[in-house]
Design a protein around this ligand. Sequence first.
Ligand code: 7TS
Length: 424
Amino acid sequence: MGDVKTKGHHSAGKTLLNPEMIKADFPILSRRIGDRPLVYLDNAATTHKPESVISAMDEYYRKMNSNVHRGLHTLAEESTAAFEWTRKKIAAFIGGVETEEIIYTRNATEAINLVAYSWGRKNIRKGDRIVLTEMEHHANLVPWIALAKETGAELKYIPIDDNYRLDLNNIDKIISDNTRLVSITHMSNVLGTINPVEEIGQTAHSKGALFLVDGAQSVPHMPVDVKAIDADFYAFSAHKMLGPTGIGVLYGKESILNEMEPFIYGGEMISEVRYDFADWNDLPWKFEGGTPNIAGAVGFSPALDYLSDLGMDNIRNHEIELTAYTIAKLSDLKSIKIIGPHDTCMRGGAISFIDKDIHPHDLATFLDSRGIAVRAGHHCAQPLMKRLGLTATARASIYIYNTPEDIDKLVKTLREARRYFCNE
Ligand code: 7TS
């Protein structure tokens, strides 16, 4: 499969994707919105699912459905094997970590909450510092705001500069000796900025702090090696990378996870229980109380295969090209301002923009009336919006199945919006 879908074009020695062929694997992309074909540019919110993911989940419920880790019958053994097989694939996908270091969660949000509850409540005290950045999604903000409120810890933010990148000039002061945790996004869901996580992680570790990376927007779009980054924790969601909703991942270093208390208590996560006593299961199950999202894990497996077959480098190259194309086309529109870096080497394909006269919600509604799906709003990053002096942006976010023609339709419709709203 990979062959044909990556043979589309070759540019400067790089293999690019063939998004037209890829589109054919995604049933929903043949949908029409009113009388127009769907143009889906809301991939930072969630991505669509290829036939292989949909049919794996369908097959699972038709032929294998059973609870995991407890039955001694064929269905239970098959379900458990499938559930654990995906865990192995995830461990390989993010750089070849230990299977025990991969914890299933509901999503990136729950993965970060797991750390905040399990590690944070035990290790963060009054007077400690937690360092975040000004561009965090609420998922990597609110758990720490709550923890700081509870413990009296202090929150400090790495600022952004005028080019929408992190300003690392005072990083040695911001990540102080009393910093216990540095938690930052790998790629901003609003600005598209890719942050220098290796460098920030090194500073964090040099001060004795742990380093958490929110990879919700990076793992789906570029090769990620959590060991090279030296992240202590790394969080992401399956649904933003072709997989089902309701399943996500927390990677954590084994030595740190071993020291942590469970997050959710109940079945699955114990080794022994008496009326007055309970002891915990081994990693990773210690953190997986209750019946997990088995069908989700089954569906995540072909999603990982699909991405691996295309090649994460090829996906990144495709997105660099299409982001450059989008930025160039949007820059032709005089009323539009892009909110994010223009240099595609340091950004991904979540492209926020504003029109100087039209509210982002009006833009998104107008685009939808022409079959084009974008997101408008604060993108769960209210403090960043305030910092930028904005209340909302419109955001087009691309993925493997998007084409230059999708972008042409977006730009043409943005011109039509000017005629509709501004009589131009
Ligand atoms: N972190 C980042 C950087 C994100 O972009 C998101 C979701 C999350 C965490 C949370 O992911 P979840 O799967 O736990 O919900 N971002 C978006 C978005 O940009 N539009 O909708 C969801």
